[in-house]
Design a protein around this ligand. Structure first.
Ligand code: SF4
Ligand code: SF4
Length: 206
């Protein structure tokens, strides 16, 4: 029958429309806030939602899943004495694997000996070119570059981020990706323990 598909499609919209009011009333009767509350947004984002599932951005925001990825950032560790230790060794792997080639690294050299120092002097990411693929974070052997969740970066100008903008503490990394952070830390500790055990076995016995 002609128009059957259109009617079927409209019935979905119609059902959603009425279910929204039914949901609104049921939340109201339970004394709960369905809009502008974390619980309400969570419910509207869930598969159990029957009525409206959109949110009123920017007043309301979706809860970002841990695996969401946007422009990468560089991680530094906060030492007990208050100093910062960059994880990046300027090995250049991330720049090599980056498909649109939007990472530039300037390596450090010892001014006296001229020998390379394992940390960058400069690190740039061309944010306008980055396609958020996550390859850099995937291939970094030191968990020094991690995909961020911050997506509200629109600007009228050209955006090339330097180290000042890219560096963020490990505590921030932990706060946005707790599962990945815990896994990486466990792997790091296991590697360090294996290294220490190897060194102890190789040490000459007294
Ligand atoms: S971020 Fe990682 S892969 Fe990139 S240069 Fe630094 S240590 Fe190497
Ligand atoms: S996310 Fe992809 S495109 Fe962006 S800097 Fe990393 S490797 Fe390059």
């Amino acid at each position: 029958m002609y128009g059957k598909g259109i009617l079927k499609g409209l019935s979905v919209t119609w059902k959603r429309f009425w279910d929204t009011y039914i949901d609104d009333i049921s939340w109201l009767l339970r004394g709960k806030k369905r809009y502008y509350s974390e619980e309400g947004i969570k419910h509207r984002s869930s598969k159990d939602q029957k009525g409206i599932f959109t949110i009123q951005y920017p007043e309301e925001r979706l809860i970002t899943p841990e695996e969401a990825r946007y422009i990468p950032f560089l991680v530094y560790d906060e030492k007990p004495d208050g100093t910062q230790e960059q994880r990046c060794t300027s090995c250049g792997i991330c720049a090599k694997v980056c498909p649109p080639q939007c990472i530039w690294i300037v390596r450090s050299n010892d001014p006296n000996t001229g020998r390379p120092i394992p940390e960058p002097t400069e690190f740039y990411i061309d944010v306008d070119i980055c396609m958020n693929c996550g390859f850099c974070a995937e291939y970094c052997p030191f968990d020094a570059i991690i995909m961020d969740h911050d997506f509200e970066l629109a600007s009228y100008g050209r955006s090339v981020y330097n180290m000042e903008k890219l560096l963020k503490p490990a505590s921030y990394y932990k706060s946005i990706r707790p599962g990945q952070y815990a896994k990486n830390e466990a792997e790091r500790k296991a590697k360090e323990a294996a290294k220490a055990a190897k060194a102890a076995a190789a040490a000459p016995k007294a």
